[in-house]
Ligand binder design. Structure first.
Ligand SMILES: [Zn+2]
Ligand SMILES: [Zn+2]
Length: 275
């Protein structure tokens, strides 16, 4: 299995999971042009993709999908509720009927999935699980191939018992470290209601939330934890890293974790992670 983040942050989220035979793009929140450019940096073209998975309808996860679909022929794996929300939730650019354009682009392409039911794309098994977020049907997932497990979850407001269980035994965990609670409180750009939304139980996972999970619940099995969806306004990459690394060191030392923390970036792809 191989994993690469093409970009992650409030402005757009897209990553790729590959087996020897199968290449899957997850979310299309960057522009189609930027996705194509970053796929090329990673040695791929859009026509190499065997499927696109959409986790939820927020624009930072679907903003580039419609245009991308004119350059790829693969299916889009999306839940019925999310597909419906994709057609009615968008930022209007005042340029015609975006809803109709989206429906046209998706014609014959959607494969209905459920946010808590196993599905396969090629030889990669996906086990999605519901996460608490203010979208209609958001999910995280564990992807499996050849005995390797990769977990990916962003856009969730708090840890649940189900999520804790799903993260056990994974080789790589791509997980949200959205904001610093102090920086969010002090952020002069966001208004009060947006701050409330981000900090709520159905908002976004903070550096401190992630640190709690790492210290108290992380089983130490993942070789890599990639910090994802960092806010450009209410977080600082160095702070997110030090918070996570400190939390890792504070784990009970019964099973010393040899886990490497990597930051994802909104403007450039990560390295490839290979297993
Ligand atoms: Zn998001
Ligand atoms: Zn979201």
């Amino acid at each position: 299995m191989k994993f690469i983040v093409l970009g992650s942050g409030s402005s757009g989220n897209t990553f790729v999971i590959c087996s020897e035979k199968t290449r899957v793009l997850v979310d299309a929140g960057l522009s189609a042009r930027e996705i194509t450019r970053r796929l090329a940096l990673a040695g791929m073209t859009p026509s190499d993709l065997d499927g696109i998975v959409i986790t939820h309808e927020h624009s930072d996860h679907v903003g580039g999908l419609r245009t991308l679909l004119s350059n790829v022929e693969c299916a889009v794996y999306i839940s019925g509720k999310t597909e419906e929300a994709y057609y009615r939730t968008y930022r209007s650019n005042g340029n015609g009927n975006e809803s109709a354009r989206r429906q046209e682009a998706m014609k014959g392409r959607a494969v209905g999935i459920e946010s808590n039911k196993h599905f396969c794309i090629g030889d990669i098994d996906f086990e999605p699980f519901t996460v608490p977020h203010d979208a209609v049907d958001n999910f995280g997932f564990v992807a499996k191939n050849g005995g390797v497990c990769v977990a990916a979850l962003t856009d969730f407001g708090h840890m649940t018992q189900l999520i804790r269980e799903k993260l056990n035994g994974c080789d790589l965990i791509y997980i949200e470290s959205n904001h610093s609670r102090d920086m969010l409180r002090a952020c002069p750009v966001y208004n009060w209601s947006l701050k409330q939304r981000i900090a709520s139980k159905r908002g976004h996972f903070s550096n401190e939330d992630l640190a709690d999970w790492m210290t108290n619940d992380f089983d130490g099995s993942a070789k890599h934890i990639i910090l994802a969806h960092l806010s450009q306004r209410a977080n600082d990459p160095a702070l997110a890293r030090i918070t996570a690394e400190t939390a890792l060191q504070m784990r009970a030392p019964l099973f010393p974790a040899e886990t490497k923390i990597t930051l994802s970036h909104h403007a450039q792809p990560s390295e490839w992670f290979c297993f």
